[in-house]
Design a binder for this molecule. Structure first.
Ligand code: HEC
Ligand code: HEC
Length: 562
């Protein structure tokens, strides 16, 4: 049944309630002077041999001042200024207990700590708008089917695809996980592919953000590990894990696991050695409408404030083609910030992950040489022979967009707890906020994003790309590190990742016990995720390694409270 027809046949409330009940029942989701004075105090006390009580007290006090001061040096003055300007409050308020921060998603947030924590609509949504959320939910949750089918509002899956439903990867609206071992199917992880540019024309197009990347001539830009009957899958994804112990200064050892991704059973010929392979687990769906409303200028300002100095942290924004408008703009969604708007991200998911066409992405994701894929029956017909022109029509696209804009961010838990607050101070002292920007004030814009208008939010991200070092970088299929001047997703290279939002992250494994962290799901705990930080964040990772047992417990408690 096509949704347009549904509207004619049923009233919207009746349609909504049938969808809602269905989705519920099928629910599975020192400054120099200070230094000098301290040196003097020490020198004097050595001369005196037996320092007076006053002198030792002063020394202790000065010592702690020295410490505090050197910690604030982690961030350049420009960066501190930018963070404060975006937040609208001084750094001191951000570091200490801020009652407003309990509602990290502003008035859209919800107070729920169960496996449903990521699945609720914005709490300030009106009853009349809730219907659209639940219709969108149904399209997100329910599997699409192979065409032709009796249910033609959800047919056209494939011919090449990864899984049949958004929810299969975004488990309970949350993140995905990496496969456990070589036999485990990569069900909530996908592999993006890119080739080096070979012509000046391609290089220029990449420079101007006119193309996302140079796709592989046989395999395209994303590996689809499933095909409908008669259409060979592109390959099988098999992962292998290698233990990587890492020691803290106090001798404590954490054992990280490093993945090797192998693509076996290639369906369309051997892979080229220089093929760049980028494994990615699904990102959580919460708060995306809020991230979408952060003004471009706020993100650009951060890139500028990072660049002004010799600080190790740079941060650049991605500049990408918006398939809806045909214009280039700021990228903010995806692990490499390759998508401008939710609608574009969603339609590319429909297209590349599920093999579904829409007005923004009107062509099946088959390479011209994949003839079985090209010739497969689809749920649409561009010539209009009694079938809709695309598989996901604009109405369905709008419902899904509304849904993805309105998944509420759960409130913080234990935000005023002593351990959590000590961990929060450590987070700031170590300079994690250099990239994980705490707070933004959203504007009121002329659009209909009513739930998001004017909210004060605490996402802990700058939405910028950072070089996170060799260990986190994508490799070629031959296991080599690609050169840094090769663009794999608009302006991003293999080493660069967008700082992910941290809100709600403490509930990730409450929502799905299998959930894992970082772009390829290699981190099983939040501490593991932090320990993998390298490149621009190497200094922060080194500071984490200096933490003692108490310090580690504090940092973990803070991250868990987000
Ligand atoms: C095969 C697994 C898979 C399926 C199916 C899938 N996604 Fe995703 N989703 C991902 C991955 C992986 C990312 C990160 C993409 C990237 O880095 O390019 C992502 C990212 C997103 C984002 C951006 C989140 C952010 O924080 O930037 C949105 C929105 C999204 N998906 C919506 C959808 C919708 C809507 C559907 C169904 C039409 C869907 N996804 C289906 C795996 C999947
Ligand atoms: C240079 C910028 C930068 C700094 C500094 C930084 N991070 Fe990150 N953080 C990132 C990026 C980028 C990622 C994603 C990397 C990836 O997936 O490969 C990330 C990922 C994370 C994650 C996992 C998020 C997820 O969704 O999987 C956590 C937790 C985290 N950071 C915490 C911290 C803490 C704690 C600190 C300070 C000790 C810190 N970060 C410092 C940029 C930074």
């Amino acid at each position: 049944m096509h949704i347009q027809k549904v509207f004619k046949a049923k009233s919207l409330p009746a349609f909504c309630s049938s969808f809602i009940s269905k989705s519920i029942t099928t629910s599975t989701t020192i400054s120099a002077p200070l230094k000098l004075s301290l040196a003097l105090v020490c020198a004097l006390s050595i001369i005196a041999c037996k320092p007076t009580k006053d002198v030792t007290d002063n020394a202790a006090e000065n010592n702690s001042k020295i410490k505090e001061h050197s910690q604030s040096q982690v961030l350049t003055p420009e960066r501190v200024q930018t963070i404060e300007a975006l937040a609208g409050v001084p750094m001191q308020q951000l570091v200490s207990f801020d009652p407003q921060e309990i509602k990290q998603g502003g008035d859209t947030g919800i107070s729920i700590t169960s496996s449903e924590s990521y699945s609720k609509p914005s709490s300030n949504i009106t009853a009349s708008r809730k219907g659209s959320f639940f219709i969108g939910n149904a399209f997100f949750r329910q599997p699409w089917v192979i065409a032709p089918a009796s249910t033609d509002s959800r047919d056209g899956l494939g011919a090449l695809f990864n899984v049949a439903a958004c929810q299969s990867c975004h488990v309970k609206d949350g993140r995905g996980h990496a496969p456990m071992n070589a036999d485990d199917d990569a069900d909530s992880l996908l592999i993006r592919l890119a080739m080096p540019a070979t012509t000046d024309g391609q290089r220029q197009q990449l420079k101007d953000s006119l193309i996302e990347k140079v796709a592989h001539p046989m395999y395209g830009g994303q590996l689809q590990d499933r095909g409908i009957q008669g259409v060979p899958a592109e390959a099988r994804i098999a992962v292998q894990w290698t233990d990587k112990p890492i020691s803290f200064a106090d001798g404590h050892i954490e054992t990280l696991r490093a993945p090797t991704f192998n693509l076996t059973n290639p369906g369309y010929g051997a892979f080229d050695e220089e093929l760049m392979v980028s494994p990615r687990v699904a990102l959580p769906m919460i708060g995306l409408g809020l991230l979408e409303q952060i003004p471009d200028a706020d993100i650009k300002k951060q890139a500028a404030s990072n660049h002004k100095n010799s600080n190790d942290i740079k941060g650049k924004f991605n500049w990408v083609m918006d398939p809806k408008t045909g214009k280039v703009g700021l990228g903010r969604f995806g692990w490499k910030a390759g998508q401008t708007k939710l609608i574009a991200q969603n339609q590319s998911a429909f297209n590349e992950d599920m093999g579904l066409t829409s007005n923004i992405r009107p062509h099946e994701s088959c390479m011209p040489t994949q003839t079985a894929c090209v010739n497969a029956i689809t749920g649409a017909d561009e010539q209009g022979n009694g079938k809709p022109a695309v598989e996901v029509n604009d109405e369905v696209a709008k419902f899904v967009e509304f849904y993805t804009r309105n998944l509420a961010v759960p409130h913080r838990r234990n935000a005023d707890d002593k351990l959590v607050l000590a961990g929060k101070k450590r987070f700031y002292d170590m300079g994690c906020q250099s990239c994980h920007t705490p707070r933004y004030q959203l504007p009121k814009t002329a659009d209909d994003h009513l739930e998001q208008h004017g909210q004060v939010i605490y996402p802990y991200t700058d939405l910028l790309l950072h070089d996170m070092g060799d260990d986190l970088a994508d490799r070629t299929i031959a296991g080599k590190l690609p050169p840094k001047n090769l663009q794999v997703e608009f302006l991003a290279n293999s080493y660069e990742w967008r700082t992910p939002a941290l809100w709600g992250i403490g509930l990730a494994q409450t929502v799905d016990p299998q959930a894992t962290f970082l772009h390829d799901g290699r981190a099983r705990t939040l501490m593991e995720a932090v320990l993998w930080h390298g490149g621009e964040a190497k200094k922060q990772q080194q500071k984490v390694l200096m933490l003692d047992k108490q310090g580690r417990a504090e940092l973990s408690a803070f991250l868990q409270s987000l």
